[in-house]
Design a protein around this ligand. Structure first.
Ligand SMILES: Cc1cc2nc3c(=O)[nH]c(=O)nc-3n(C[C@H](O)[C@H](O)[C@H](O)COP(=O)(O)OP(=O)(O)OC[C@H]3O[C@@H](n4cnc5c(N)ncnc54)[C@H](O)[C@@H]3O)c2cc1C
Ligand SMILES: *[C@@H]1O[C@H](CO)[C@@H](O)[C@H](O)[C@H]1NC(C)=O
Ligand SMILES: *[C@@H]1O[C@H](CO)[C@@H](O)[C@H](O)[C@H]1NC(C)=O
Ligand SMILES: *[C@@H]1O[C@H](CO)[C@@H](O)[C@H](O)[C@H]1NC(C)=O
Ligand SMILES: *[C@@H]1O[C@H](CO)[C@@H](O)[C@H](O)[C@H]1NC(C)=O
Ligand SMILES: *[C@@H]1O[C@H](CO)[C@@H](O)[C@H](O)[C@H]1NC(C)=O
Ligand SMILES: *[C@@H]1O[C@H](CO)[C@@H](O)[C@H](O)[C@H]1NC(C)=O
Ligand SMILES: *[C@@H]1O[C@H](CO)[C@@H](O)[C@H](O)[C@H]1NC(C)=O
Ligand SMILES: *[C@@H]1O[C@H](CO)[C@@H](O)[C@H](O)[C@H]1NC(C)=O
Ligand SMILES: *[C@@H]1O[C@H](CO)[C@@H](O)[C@H](O)[C@H]1NC(C)=O
Length: 603
C-alpha cells in the first residue's frame, strides 16, 4: 500500500514535470544539469521575445586568443575604458566591479587579472534579455522561473556589492527603458490632488533625467553621479544633493510598475499593490521583480547655490599635531547636524596614512591624515557661508593644524547636476566597504574624546600603514526627517533621524586572488574589525544598502531594521521560487551563492 502510494505520487510529479518545478530543487539550474534547457528551448524563448535574447559575450573577449565569445570591439579600447562606469553600462553583461563576477573575463593588466585565468562566462549570467517591452521581461522571467533558473537584473552594472550579476542566470537588462515624460498635473492615486511629476523608464541614468528636467525648469532628487541608474539607486533609498532638503529619491516616488518573476505586471501606488509599493521603496533592487517605470515628484530648481569648503592636515609630524587634527575632525563631525539644519549639504572626506593626500611643502612621511570639507548651500549667500566656515575653523588649534579655506563661489544648480560621464572613473577596481547612518546622538551627544576614539577605530586598515578613507555624506537631516510618514517606503527607519551616511574604506582586498577567497577575507576582517565599532558607536542605527557591506554578519538589522519580517512575507508572496537572489537580500539566508562553483543552492 505504502509503495503504491509512493508510485502514484511519483507519477503525478512526472506529469507535472514539464517544466519541473513542482519539486523544490535544491539548487538553481546550471548548464551541466539535465533540466537545463536545450539550445532549441532557448531558441524558442528567443522567438517568444522577438529575438531579444543575447548569449553572453564578455566585453573583454577580444583580449583573448581567437576572441572566444566573438564580442565586438578590440582589446585596447576595452582596456582603456575599463575604469569608466559609463563604459560598463553600455555592455549587456559588464559590471563595474568584476570581482563579483568572479573576474571571469577581464582585460590583461587591470585589477583582478591573473595570467592563468583566461576568459569564461563563469560568474556572469549565461543569457541576457535586451528587453524593449514589458512583455519581453514578463515572458522571459516566467520562462526562467518555471525552469528553476536564477534571474539577475542589470541597469547600469554600477552596483558596489555585485548585485547586478550572477552565474548561470538569465539577466534582464533594463538599459532600453529610457522614456522620460513630464506630467505637471498628475493625479495622485486615490486623491483629487495633483503633483508635478516625471514618468521615467527605469533604464535611465541620472544624467539623462537631470538633463531632461533641466529643460523643463524643474529638478528631481537623485544621485550625485550622472552615470548611476534610477533602477538600483531609487530602490534602496537614494541620496543626493537634495536629499537633505526633500528626503530620499525613494520618498519622491508616487507610482512604479514592476514585473514579477512569475511574469505578472503590477502597477503599485498608494491604493493598489501597496505591499510591493512599500517594499520596493527601500528594499528593492534585484529582489522583488523588475521595475520598468517610476513616477517621481519634481521640484523647483534651487536658487542661490553657493559652494565652498576647506581642508586641513596636521602641521607637523608630531603627536601634538596628530591629536590636534583628530580633535579638529571630531569638531567638524559634531557640527555637521547644525550645518545641515542651516541648509548645507556636501561631504567630509578624511584620509589617513597611505590614503592621505599631500599638500605643498609636506614631506611624504608626514601624510598622517587629511580632511576635505566640501559644502553646498541653497538659499544662501557667499558671505553667510564664509561666516559659517570662519566660525568653524576658529575652533581649531591653528598651531598644530594647517587650514586652507577654499574660494567660495555662487553657481547655478545646473552646473552641479550637468552630466560628465567621463568623471566617474572608479570602475574596474575592487569595491568593498561598510557604512552607517549617524545622527545627533552619535555625532553631538557624546563626549568629544569618545568621538575621537570612534573615528580612529573606524579608520583602521587591514594593511600596515595602508590607511583608510572615511566619507561623511551630509544627506539626511531635515529632508529625510520631515518626509510624511505616508511617503516612507521600507528604507531603514534610521534614515529619519540620521544626518550623515558615513562610509569607511579601510579594507583592502587581494584583487588577484581567488575572488571568493579574497572577498571572504575582506568580509571577515570587516566583520571582526569595523562592524563592532559601528555596533558600539551606533547600535540602534543601520546602514545604506547601496553603499554598505554586502557580507555584514548583522545584515538583517543593519539594512532593514524592524521592517525585515514584513519584507520577508512580501518576498515570499511575489518571488515564491526565489528566482531573484542578491547578497544581503531579504530571505537571502535561505540560499548560499558560491562564487567558486557558481551554484546558488538552498541551505
Ligand atoms: C560612481 C558611483 C556613484 C554613486 N553615487 C551615489 C549617490 O550619489 N547616491 C546614492 O544613493 N548612491 C550612489 N551610488 C550607489 C548606487 O546607488 C548603487 O551603485 C546602485 O546599485 C546603482 O544602481 P544602478 O541601477 O545604477 O546599478 P545596477 O548595478 O544596474 O543595479 C543595482 C541593483 O539594482 C538592481 N536593479 C537595477 N535596475 C533594476 C530594475 N529596473 N528593477 C529591479 N532591480 C533593478 C540590480 O539587480 C542590482 O541589484 C553610487 C555608485 C557609484 C558606482
Ligand atoms: C535571438 O534571435 C535573434 C534574431 O533572430 C538573433 O539575432 C540572436 O542571435 C538570437 N539569440 C540567441 C541567443 O540565439
Ligand atoms: C571562479 O574563479 C576561480 C578562481 O579563479 C575558479 O577556480 C572558479 O572555477 C571560478 N568559478 C566560476 C563559476 O567561474
Ligand atoms: C539591444 O536592443 C536595442 C534596441 O532594439 C538595439 O539597438 C541594440 O543594438 C541591442 N543591443 C545588443 C547588444 O544587442
Ligand atoms: C474627488 O472629487 C469627486 C468629485 O468632486 C468626489 O466625488 C470624490 O469624493 C473626491 N475624492 C476624494 C478622494 O476626495
Ligand atoms: C523657473 O522656475 C522658477 C520657479 O521655480 C521661476 O521663478 C523662473 O522664472 C523659471 N525660469 C524660467 C526660465 O522659466
Ligand atoms: C608619540 O608618542 C609616542 C608615545 O606615546 C612616542 O613613542 C612617539 O615617539 C611620539 N612620536 C612623536 C613623533 O613625537
Ligand atoms: C529655498 O527657499 C524657498 C523659499 O523659502 C523654499 O521654497 C525652497 O524649498 C528652498 N530651497 C531649498 C533647496 O532649500
Ligand atoms: C571670508 O572671510 C575672510 C576672513 O574673515 C575674509 O578675509 C574674506 O574676504 C571673506 N570672503 C568673502 C567672499 O566674504
Ligand atoms: C593575492 O593572492 C594571490 C593568489 O592567491 C597570491 O599569490 C598573492 O600573494 C596574494 N597577494 C597578497 C598581497 O596577499
Amino acid at each position: 500500500m505504502l509503495s503504491f502510494l509512493h508510485v502514484e505520487v511519483f507519477y503525478l510529479l512526472a506529469l507535472a514535470a514539464l517544466p519541473a518545478t513542482c519539486v523544490t530543487q535544491h539548487c538553481k539550474a546550471s548548464p551541466g544539469d539535465s533540466t537545463w534547457p536545450s539550445i532549441n528551448e532557448w531558441n524558442s524563448l528567443n522567438q517568444s521575445i522577438h529575438g531579444t535574447l543575447i548569449r553572453t559575450a564578455p566585453a573583454a573577449s577580444p583580449c583573448y586568443p581567437g576572441n572566444p565569445f566573438g564580442a565586438p570591439g578590440n582589446c585596447p579600447t576595452v582596456k582603456d575604458h575599463w575604469s569608466y562606469a559609463a563604459y560598463h553600462a553600455m555592455w549587456p553583461e559588464s559590471v563595474d566591479y568584476s570581482i563579483y563576477a568572479n573576474n571571469s573575463c577581464v582585460p590583461p593588466g587591470v585589477d583582478g587579472y591573473s595570467t592563468d585565468k583566461g576568459c569564461s562566462i563563469g560568474g556572469l549570467p549565461q543569457y541576457i534579455v535586451n528587453a524593449t517591452t514589458e512583455q519581453h521581461i514578463a515572458t522571459a522571467m516566467k520562462w526562467a522561473s518555471d525552469r528553476n533558473i536564477r534571474i539577475t537584473v542589470k541597469g547600469t552594472g554600477h552596483d558596489l556589492g555585485g548585485r547586478s550579476t550572477g552565474a548561470y542566470a538569465l539577466s534582464i537588462w533594463t538599459h532600453n527603458f529610457k522614456h522620460i515624460e513630464r506630467k505637471s498635473n498628475w493625479r495622485l492615486p486615490g486623491t483629487n490632488t495633483t503633483a508635478d511629476v516625471v514618468v521615467c523608464g527605469s533604464g535611465n541614468n541620472w544624467g539623462s533625467v537631470y538633463t531632461a528636467v533641466h529643460k523643463m525648469n524643474r529638478t528631481v532628487v537623485g544621485g550625485e553621479d550622472a552615470t548611476v541608474g534610477l533602477g538600483g539607486l531609487i530602490q534602496n533609498g537614494g541620496h543626493g544633493l537634495l536629499s537633505s532638503h526633500y528626503g530620499l529619491a525613494s520618498d519622491q516616488v508616487y507610482q512604479l510598475t514592476m514585473i514579477t518573476s512569475e511574469g505578472e505586471r503590477l502597477v503599485a501606488n498608494d491604493i493598489q499593490n501597496q505591499d510591493i509599493f512599500w517594499a520596493i521603496r527601500g528594499a528593492g533592487g534585484g529582489q522583488y521583480g523588475v521595475v520598468t517605470e517610476f513616477v517621481m515628484r519634481t521640484h523647483p530648481v534651487p536658487e542661490n547655490v553657493v559652494a565652498g569648503g576647506f581642508s586641513f592636515y596636521p602641521s607637523q609630524n608630531s603627536n601634538a599635531s596628530e591629536i590636534a587634527s583628530w580633535t579638529a575632525l571630531a569638531e567638524v563631525a559634531a557640527h555637521i547636524p547644525d550645518l545641515m539644519d542651516i541648509g548645507y549639504t556636501g561631504t567630509v572626506m578624511v584620509r589617513t596614512e597611505k590614503k592621505a593626500i599631500s599638500y605643498p611643502g609636506q614631506e611624504e612621511e608626514s601624510y598622517i591624515s587629511s580632511a576635505i570639507i566640501s559644502l553646498t548651500g541653497f538659499n544662501i549667500t557667499v558671505q553667510r557661508m564664509n561666516d559659517t566656515l570662519n566660525k568653524l575653523v576658529a575652533q581649531f588649534d591653528s598651531e598644530h593644524v594647517n587650514i586652507n579655506i577654499q574660494a567660495l563661489s555662487s553657481k547655478s544648480y545646473w552646473s552641479s547636476t550637468k552630466p560628465n560621464p567621463m568623471a566617474s572613473a572608479s570602475a574596474g577596481a575592487v569595491s568593498l566597504m561598510t557604512s552607517r547612518l549617524l545622527g545627533r546622538r552619535e555625532l553631538c551627544d557624546i563626549p568629544k574624546e569618545r568621538l575621537v576614539t570612534y573615528l580612529q577605530e573606524i579608520m583602521v586598515s587591514n594593511k600596515p600603514n595602508g590607511g583608510s578613507m572615511l566619507l561623511f555624506g551630509l544627506q539626511g537631516g531635515k529632508g529625510t526627517a520631515h518626509v510624511p510618514k505616508s511617503r516612507h517606503g521600507s528604507v531603514h527607519p534610521a534614515w529619519r533621524s540620521a544626518y550623515t551616511h558615513t562610509m569607511a574604506y579601510g579594507v583592502s582586498v587581494n584583487a588577484t586572488g581567488d575572488p571568493s577567497q579574497s572577498l571572504k577575507a575582506g568580509a571577515d576582517w570587516l566583520n571582526a574589525a569595523l562592524e563592532p565599532v559601528w555596533q558600539k558607536w551606533a547600535p540602534e542605527s543601520g546602514s545604506y544598502m547601496n553603499e554598505g557591506n554586502p557580507f555584514s554578519s548583522n545584515w538583517k538589522h543593519d539594512f532593514y531594521g524592524d521592517n525585515y519580517d514584513r519584507l520577508l512575507e512580501i518576498k515570499h508572496k511575489y518571488d515564491p521560487q526565489g528566482s531573484l537572489f542578491v547578497w544581503s537580500g531579504v530571505g537571502s539566508d535561505e540560499w548560499n551563492y558560491d562564487l567558486n562553483s557558481g551554484l546558488l543552492c538552498r541551505v
